[in-house]
Design a protein around this ligand. Structure first.
Ligand SMILES: Cc1cc2nc3c(=O)[nH]c(=O)nc-3n(C[C@H](O)[C@H](O)[C@H](O)COP(=O)(O)OP(=O)(O)OC[C@H]3O[C@@H](n4cnc5c(N)ncnc54)[C@H](O)[C@@H]3O)c2cc1C
Length: 363
């Protein structure tokens, strides 16, 4: 089985779905392949910063998201000994220190928008299993297995690898990526917000353990525990209550919700923390965006936002080249030229924030 398209995007996370949506709107023939059957089921970074907000607003997409799924966060608080010792407020009146949007809601809005265009095809439950090359050696499409187990060849002028931190497209294309551990991993859990809880982010060190709280849209609080890199297996041999009691000691107001909703290790999600840089983002006929090109750590919540910026810039470059019918290699390379130094600056900022974290508590 075979089909033809202009742009084939592997990976329907924020980067791939935004790119598909922007290109479909402008009339490009786009196929978006996503291995999960339902968009956004697994936990991901979900906080928009000013950059991500600007991208969505520029394209009139923030308004397309269900209002109850868009939660502006009003403060970042540093806590010590059960009290706030430092507060970061928005730069402008009526501004925010981040906006929480559940990833499922973001993807749903983008897919709904893209779905209005007959030139857009969404293939959920479909996995990219290989790449095609033309006789001249440029990438020319992908091999996939569809949700009903069929093998399909999709030929395309451009292949976009938007398939996340463990990108198969990057591996199939033989693009090397250097990876750096940051000395910690993160355990996440989510609980319903207590009555009267404000839309804030909080950070503390309790009994030597870094803890982070992110208020979420639809009435939740996401909790993050920094743990020593690669220590999760050992940690799981102990009672999970060691983590929940530390959380309760730092934020007593959360006690009833924590005790009711975190009842076993099954309620935790592990994120192994690393950053990575692909040695190059583009080669003839193929380009990497988002986490596939540059995995970020969660510090400062940049990952989602850098992914959205990649999609925005790549869509501009691709539209220019589609219109002129010129060879697509130069526009793919221009993405890296326009974005790489910004992304690497962010990665350096993350390292800096991680090493100076304790100092942020000084009032
Ligand atoms: C568990 C977890 C927690 C995170 N927490 C934070 C956080 O707190 N703060 C923060 O800023 N960032 C966080 N991140 C990072 C942030 O979510 C990413 O930077 C952002 O989602 C990048 O978007 P993306 O579209 O490039 O990749 P992704 O969101 O990873 O999307 C890639 C998509 O490709 C699909 N895919 C993968 N392989 C294939 C294949 N072979 N065929 C078809 N589809 C495929 C995947 O199913 C996925 O939907 C987290 C990431 C993870 C994994």
């Amino acid at each position: 089985m075979e089909r033809q398209t202009e742009i084939c995007i592997a990976g329907g996370g924020p980067a791939g779905t935004l790119l598909a949506c922007l290109l479909a709107r402008r009339g490009a023939d786009v196929v978006l392949i996503e291995k999960q059957p339902i968009p956004g089921p697994s936990f991901r970074g979900e906080i928009l910063n000013g950059d991500g907000e600007r991208v969505l607003k520029k394209h009139g997409l923030l308004e397309r998201i269900a209002p109850e799924a868009v939660l502006p966060l009003i403060r970042l608080e540093y806590w010590e000994n059960k009290r706030v010792v430092k507060t970061i407020l928005p730069d402008t009146q009526g501004g925010n220190v981040g906006i929480h949007i559940p990833q499922a809601d973001l993807l749903h809005a983008l897919l709904e928008e893209a779905g209005q265009y007959p030139n857009f095809t969404y293939m959920p439950g479909t996995t990219v299993r290989g790449l095609l090359k033309s006789e001249e050696g440029r990438y020319a499409g992908v091999e996939v297995r569809t949700s009903d187990g069929q093998d399909l060849t999709i030929r395309s002028r451009v292949v976009v690898g938007a398939d996340g931190r463990y990108s198969s497209v990057r591996r199939y294309a033989g693009i090397a990526s250097s990876t750096e551990g940051h000395g910690y991993d993160l355990l996440w859990a989510r609980i319903p917000a207590p009555e009267g809880w404000e839309p804030v982010m909080c950070s503390t060190i309790q009994d030597g353990q870094q803890l982070h709280l992110f208020t979420q849209a639809r009435g939740y609080v996401q909790v993050g525990w920094n743990i020593k890199e690669d220590s999760y297996k050992e940690l799981r041999k102990k009672p999970f209550e060691e983590l929940t009691e530390t959380l309760i000691a730092a934020f007593p107001k959360l006690a009833p919700s924590v005790r009711k909703h975190i009842t076993s290790w099954q309620d935790f999600v592990l994120l192994d923390i690393f950053s990575s840089r692909s040695e190059r983002w583009a080669c003839p006929g193929l380009v990497l965006i988002g986490d596939a090109a540059h995995t970020m750590t969660p510090t400062g919540a940049f990952g989602l936002n850098e992914a959205l910026r990649d999609a925005d810039v790549l869509h501009e470059e691709l539209l220019a080249c589609m219109a002129s019918r010129q060879d697509a290699t130069a526009p793919l390379e221009r993405l890296e030229q326009r974005r790489r130094s910004d992304v690497e600056r962010r990665q350096r900022e993350q390292l800096d924030m991680e090493t100076t974290y304790a100092r942020n508590f000084n009032v």
